[in-house]
Design a protein around this ligand. Sequence first.
Ligand code: ADP
Length: 399
Amino acid sequence: MKILVINCGSSSLKYQLFNMENEEVMAKGLVERIGLPGSILTHRYGEEKKVIEDEISDHERAIKLVLDAIVNPEYGVLSSMKEISAVGHRVVHAGEDFSGSVLLTEEVMKAIRKNSELAPLHNPPNIMGIEACQRLMPGVPQVAVFDTAFHQTMPPKAYLYGIPYEYYEKYKIRKYGFHGTSHKYVAQRAAALLGKPIEQCKIITCHLGNGASIAAVDGGKSVDTTMGFTPLEGLMMGTRSGDIDATVITFLMEKEGWTTEQVNNFVNKKSGVLGLSGVSSDFRDLETAAGQGNERAQIALDRFAYGVKKYIGAYAAVLDGVDAIVFTAGLGENSASMRESICSGLGYLGVKIDSEKNKIRGQEMDVSAVDAKTKVLVIPTNEELMIARDTYDIVKGKA
Ligand code: ADP
């Protein structure tokens, strides 16, 4: 069975085509600058790639080009679109409506549209991608896999904020958590590497990329996570502030005369390691600058590592112990120095990194010392495979 996985952003679209017989990626690619000048599709198949520059005015046009590329006689991998049995879509926000992946029906679409209010930047492009596929591939089952679903197992004491309960009832203001597909995938891989059933594992998963979040996973279930009502809460990130005293916002609005849009922009786009360092939101640039003696770049790196360490401590308390700490996503998979910095001083938790093994980049690896009680694992995330598996299970009637 061939399954197409689609991840639509506001101006970009990523896709992967899986052969579920062996979970091989047959083709994958990226459409960039949708609706903007200079739009481009980069299609990869095997070791080859094909770049198509065209006017890509909207998501429907983008998906049409992707489907054409997949069946192109020269650089395609299928002889007909009919070979695609199902499409799996990444959808960011399911609110409290779904705790797992679902087959897309008109009722599900209604719920996703309703939850756009909670994710105004993310759900609308996800919906555009789904609707375009429904028009271009009528009759082909479509499945939604939600970023928030994995965290729906959090108990009320973890997801409720300390505000009057009526605002939870009225507006559903609560912690939702994001990156759920990634946390779920790496937690499952971690259990496999530990050689134990996931039901018996206590795992802390650290997804550290441009966006960053940590989850406490007890017996395979998320019991707490750092991101909240939106993906702003928790860790300081590339450009997002993370946890902040809410009064800072109202103080700045009064002092600077900012609108809600300006203040949203400030905490989401201008803050984080970019704002603190004044150098970059990219950790590679920060590591280079810090190496050249830039003090603010070093402070930003230290503040980031400190934030991760604090949450690891907090989640070890939540879980009453920890079997493994997992690092994933761009920074977590690639930065040996960040992993070292986060794990230094966690000896009381039984964490001990092997500096040689920790040099690994972008590969699955246990980087802890042989005598370490708590394992530190580097596990490249694979959200697309997770989406393809869920889609496969739903279409096969297994889920
Ligand atoms: P997202 O999917 O959230 O956009 P990624 O998971 O791709 O982000 O992570 C991107 C981040 O990973 C970059 O901002 C960069 O800071 C960091 N990164 C990638 N490679 C390295 C590396 N070799 N060393 C340090 N940081 C890295």
